[in-house]
Write a protein that binds this ligand. Structure first.
Ligand code: OAD
Length: 235
């Protein structure tokens, strides 16, 4: 099977009802990113940070994967698929994808502030100031904040190095190091970029633009892949 690596951002979950960050009406218009999604914010006002992620987690429990997530799950029948996502939602999992690297962490998980290997899956529940790990230390969201390292970057890079097909979906490619992944994909790989704003960025990174929303763009892409790799699909 050919290896297909998918790199996703907030745009793939927009049609499920989750806001992106930098679009008009996006989350970073409502909040200052450094007030809620940075390690400094956690030290300064942890309760505000907890509230922000509690809201995101509650909302996540109320939305469903969309046709783009589901199409990526479907592609596992025909390709060796690796999803690398900047998203902290679980919509790829619920859409049927099995191999997922969460570069920026996971909303459903929290971890101990003093024993980082103690990670708990709390589903869509809230955590508060005073909620502790088994050793009594405060719990924090299992999120990679601005100002922190991206521990999954190395495994993500090695997945990109031998991709045959590379698909970018719904990301502004503005946040590093995540956005640098596109530069690790071999020249010979087929590269696509599905995003309503794809045209402006695709030339820079040598990606073939599919300038549509995730669900519409995935329909086009499935058709291209079906023709080039000769398989049948219900999606
Ligand atoms: P952005 O908000 O920066 O970009 C969202 C992208 O989604 C834009 O390129 C939009 O054009 C596109 N988009 C909007 N609606 C879409 C749709 N229906 N279908 C497809 N694409 C659509 O979000 P990210 O690139 O994911 O990190 O942001 C990267 C990181 O910045 C996030 O992981 C987060 C944020 O700060 C942290 O919080 C650490």
């Amino acid at each position: 099977m050919k290896k297909l690596v998918v790199f996703t951002g907030a745009g793939i979950s927009a049609e499920s009802g989750l806001k992106t960050f930098r679009d008009a009406n996006g989350l970073w218009e409502e909040y200052n990113v450094m007030d809620v999604a940075s390690i400094d914010a956690w030290y300064r006002d942890p309760q505000l940070v907890l509230r922000f992620y509690n809201q995101r987690r509650t909302q996540l429990g109320q939305v469903l994967p969309n046709a783009a997530h589901i199409a990526l799950g479907e592609l596992e029948k025909h390709f060796k698929v690796m999803v690398i996502t900047q998203n902290v939602d679980d919509l790829h999992e619920r859409g049927g994808s099995k191999n997922i690297i969460h570069l920026h962490g996971e909303l459903r998980k929290v971890r101990s502030t003093e024993h980082p290997s103690l990670i708990y899956d709390i589903g869509y529940d809230e955590i508060g100031w005073g909620d502790t790990c088994d050793h009594g230390a405060q719990l924090r969201p299992h999120i990679v904040w601005f100002g922190e390292e991206v521990p999954q970057m190395e495994p993500a890079i090695s997945e990109c190095l031998d991709a045959d097909i590379f698909i970018v979906i719904g990301t502004s490619l503005e946040v590093y190091p995540a956005a640098s992944l596109v530069y690790y994909v071999p020249d010979h790989a087929r590269k696509f970029y599905i995003d309503p704003k794809a045209t402006s960025l695709s030339r820079v990174n040598n990606l073939t633009a599919i300038t549509k929303t995730a669900t519409e763009g995935m329909k086009d892409l499935m058709e291209i892949l079906r023709q080039e790799y000769n398989f049948e699909s219900q999606v």
